[in-house]
Ligand binder design. Sequence first.
Ligand SMILES: [Zn+2]
Length: 215
Amino acid sequence: MRLALSYLDQLTAGRLTFRERMSGGPRWLRSSLCATESARTRLREWFEHHPQPWAMQNSGEVLIALHFVGDIPLHQLLAKTLALLPPPVTDHVLKSTTFAGVGSRIMGFTGARPALGDRPFFVALSAADTLTRTIELMLHEVSHVWLMPAPEPDQVAGEAFYAETLYGTPLKEVPPNAVDNVVAARKTMREHERTAKNLTRDWCAQISAQNGDKK
Ligand SMILES: [Zn+2]
């Protein structure tokens, strides 16, 4: 555990050579996984509570622990995908996130409102046009959950329209007294997207390598 923490410090400070990076910690501990303060705090806490060996989760256990509403094939695919991720990420996502997904077997559904529970993150998923792109979409959203600070316990989203207004409205249509806040929010969003894309790319490479190992 101490070894992993000192490795994490050195990795974060950019003090490791390529050779050290390849041989120092668990294979999944890459700099893209430590790209934000929230992620580093989560990693540090996880290492403090999880001595070696750092086993990957079993996808059946992930399926049971996952809080998911909607399409069963997407639920199963998400569980399999999460089981391939670094164990601290899988643990964090299972504890902190509720997912909803449609577009694989069912396109929509009607019923009583689902029990959304009190996990701070909510992720909406749809089935993309290919399996690979659906997995990439899952990885991208999960990378946000890993990298972003958790919403406050009482923080709820009003409606998607708010985000669309914030990020999509041409600046000349934004009221002058809101421009500074909108520009700052867009800068933060671009940074979130940049770090999430880096992490998703690394996870795709790791999953391909794991699948290659099995063949
Ligand atoms: Zn994104």
